[in-house]
Design a protein around this ligand. Structure first.
Ligand code: NAP
Length: 250
């Protein structure tokens, strides 16, 4: 088997695949032979560009809109994929937002919006694909958490709580699904250059990163591809893999 064909014949859903880390993950999985469903919420044009790039490299992809924080949208998304592709092998729970603010002044709606997408969205997508993966006796679920879910961050109680919740969800689901050939892992990026981090003051943050730079979406995508591939990821489950330039050790 050649490397580009590691995922051939498989179908992969990437939530929030239109920009940033999700886009890089979609391109990496497409390059590796999977048919990729590029989910988006507000950026149809960007999602279509990702699809066209995958196709231009000889891969297969299509874009589908769904608000991942909404149960009905998620169920309809998975139904549409199964009708069109007939299978679903890889789920990458990537869609996420921030609504930062100090706890004392945090609006309940900002707490709720982040929990609804970043944590409940992961639950909704995992539940929606579970029947199909359990029947197939094969599946890879990769949840994008954050090092902030491990160490906390002032101004991000909502985001850190959601990301810590994703780690608990990852480990519990890994235990529930292990006997059925489904692995569930989390990838915890540190600071990655995307729209989400473009407002941050780089100089202060860089002093805390031993490798001395922000990461790229492609560096995160490489780890996701590793976890999705056979045999690379097949004996790893319930783990949190940090991609953070050494920011958080031990
Ligand atoms: P980004 O550049 O802001 O992209 C966010 C993606 O999520 C977009 O594709 C967006 O799609 C999608 N999205 C937003 N709301 C959505 C919704 N309701 N339903 C479906 N999709 C939705 O963010 P990023 O930096 O790539 O982050 C991706 C993931 O990595 C997130 O889970 C984030 O928490 C995590 N992460 C990022 C960093 C970092 O430093 N960047 C670090 C740790 C973890 P549309 O534009 O179509 O709405």
């Amino acid at each position: 088997m050649t490397y580009p064909d590691l995922l051939s014949g498989q179908t992969a859903l990437v939530t929030g695949g239109s920009r940033g880390i999700g886009k890089a993950v979609a391109l990496a999985l497409g390059e590796t032979g999977a048919e990729v469903i590029v989910n988006y919420s507000n950026s149809p044009g960007k999602a279509e560009e990702v699809v066209q790039t995958i196709k231009a490299h000889g891969g297969s992809a299509y874009a589908l809109r769904a608000n991942i924080a909404e149960e009905r949208d998620v169920d309809e998304l998975v139904k549409a994929i199964l009708e069109r592709s007939g299978r679903l092998d890889v789920l990458v729970n990537n869609a996420g937002i921030t609504r930062d603010g100090l706890l004392m002044r945090m609006k309940t709606e900002d707490w709720q919006a982040v929990i609804n997408l970043n944590l409940t969205g992961v639950f909704l997508c995992t539940r929606a694909v579970s029947r199909t993966m359990l029947k197939q006796k094969r599946g890879r679920i990769i949840n994008i958490t954050s090092v902030v879910g491990l160490i906390g961050n002032a101004g991000q109680t909502n985001y850190a709580s959601a990301k810590a919740g994703v780690i608990g969800l990852t480990k519990s689901t890994a235990k529930e699904f292990a006997s059925r050939g489904i692995t569930v892992n989390a990838v915890a990026p540190g600071f990655i250059s995307t729209d989400m981090t473009k407002e941050l003051k780089a100089e202060e943050i860089l002093t805390a990163i031993p490798l001395g730079s922000f990461g790229t979406p492609e560096q995160v995508a490489g780890t996701v591809r590793f976890l999705a591939a056979d045999p690379a990821g097949s004996y790893i489950t319930g783990q949190v893999i940090q991609v953070d330039g050494g920011m958080v050790m031990g």
